[in-house]
Design a protein around this ligand. Structure first.
Ligand SMILES: Cc1ncc(COP(=O)(O)O)c(C=O)c1O
Length: 412
């Protein structure tokens, strides 16, 4: 079979120079969702897409598939190679001994969430969602007739005054005790960018076992830990996480920027795996994963693909520093710099905005920076915005300048 994982290497210098050279005009011409939704001189900084393209190793397999006319259904060997690559990635990057048989392919992470809710939790049981939460976690349970129990994060500040977001374990326990059927655990945590500690994961595992409530661990941002001081720990790797109650869902779609290729993964062992395989609707999702996506997974997780991801993480960390530095003296906006994911969380509660406007609307309309509105992330976050840092340095500098100018002189 064709070896997708080797090819000419682009120098790191050329790669970073190509990121630096990106401009809003280039991005609008490319027409991604992030850049094509709002007209005029608006910088797209909302939906979780990166402006940095994908790894040359991934681009190469896609080109090769087109050149070869290989655009059909998934050959078994390609699916197996993707599953093995995901297992090896978890072993080598996070020290989690995942056997290939525990990895299944799926079209996307949210398809797994729907299946877990519908097929693997008690009928009509509510879903516990720590907030602020990735928006579909709040809307998808309702599609399956389930109520969402929002558990707001504990929001404090560290000794240096930087914002800190932590799971409210007492709140989660109260929701479990009140009859919840599932906990959604997002780690790294979109939108606050926390990389959860082993101690926090252990506390969640203890609650899951005590109340016998399954956990869906969404680890789609695990390959995007930006803070060199942080390390991703998979929930399922913790000794206390009951394999019968643990569904881990992940993908390379964020770290390599290929969500359109529709090939995510479920990692499950023990009773969770048996239940998944025994349920025809869940097991059938494997048939819906895309062939090109599976080829891209193996290329992303090849040594060359991993090196690209490392360079991108360092680069994005630089964007975070740049924007945090620019906003440091601005009292009306408080930025939570992400440890993981390229999503920053902005508290704009001290920002005077025009009557009836949210901060996200204000920043989109006035300086022209389109962020995600906090209201979508749960009750009580109306005065927050989520900012996507995954762009080139020139654009990041423009974002910083626009935010600073508008926040320093808001029109009340
Ligand atoms: C935490 C989280 N989960 C899931 C998704 C969506 O994943 P998918 O496109 O595989 O459904 C996203 C997309 O941004 C996300 O941030």
């Amino acid at each position: 079979m064709v070896d997708d994982t080797t090819g000419p290497h682009e120098s790191a210098h050329d790669l970073l120079a190509s990121f630096d050279a990106l401009t809003p005009e280039t991005m609008r011409a490319r027409g991604s969702l992030k850049w094509s939704t709002y007209d005029g001189d608006v910088i797209g900084a909302w939906v979780a897409e990166m402006d940095l393209g994908t790894a040359p190793a991934v681009a190469r397999v896609l080109r090769r598939a087109v050149d070869d006319g290989s655009l059909g259904y998934m050959p078994m060997s390609v699916g197996e190679r993707a599953r093995e690559a995901v297992a090896a990635f978890h072993r080598h990057s996070f020290g989690w001994a995942v056997p290939r048989r525990d990895v299944s392919l799926l079209p996307n992470v949210l398809s797994a969430l729907g299946a877990v809710i519908a097929q693997h939790t008690a009928p009509s049981s509510p879903v516990v969602v720590p907030t602020p939460a990735y928006m579909p976690f709040l809307s998808i349970p309702g599609r399956y007739g389930r109520r969402c129990m929002q558990v707001p994060a504990l929001h404090t500040h560290d000794a240096s005054g930087a914002p800190v977001w932590r799971l409210d374990l007492d709140g989660i326990e109260a929701a479990m005790a009140a009859g919840a059927g599932l906990l959604i655990l997002c780690n790294p945590w979109n939108p606050v960018g926390r990389v959860l500690s082993p101690a926090e994961l252990d506390a969640v595992a203890e609650l899951s076992s005590r109340y016998h409530i399954p956990v869906l661990a969404d680890e789609i941002h695990s390959s995007l830990v930006l803070d060199p001081a942080a390390a991703h720990t998979p929930y399922g790797s913790r000794p206390g996480a009951d394999p019968d109650l643990t569904f881990t869902v992940t993908a390379v779609s964020k770290g390599w920027n290929i969500p359109g290729l529709m090939c995510a993964q479920l990692i499950a062992s023990g009773g969770a795996r048996s239940a998944w395989e025994a349920d025809p609707l869940s097991a059938h999702l494997a048939d819906e994963a895309a062939y090109l996506g599976a080829r891209a997974v193996a290329a992303a997780l090849s040594p060359e693909g991993l090196a690209w991801n490392r360079a991108v993480r360092t680069y994005l960390h630089g964007n975070g520093d740049l924007i945090a530095g620019a906003l440091a003296g601005i009292e009306t906006v408080e930025l939570t710099v992400p440890e993981g994911s390229y999503l920053a969380w902005l508290d704009c509660s001290r920002l005077p905005v025009p009557e009836g406007a949210s901060p996200a609307r204000f920043f989109r309309r006035e300086p022209g920076v389109a962020m995600s509105p906090g209201a979508a992330f749960g009750r009580g976050y109306e005065s927050f915005c989520r900012l996507n840092l995954a762009t080139g340095r020139t654009i990041a500098a423009q974002i910083a300048q626009r935010l600073v100018d508008a926040a320093a002189e808001p029109r009340g």
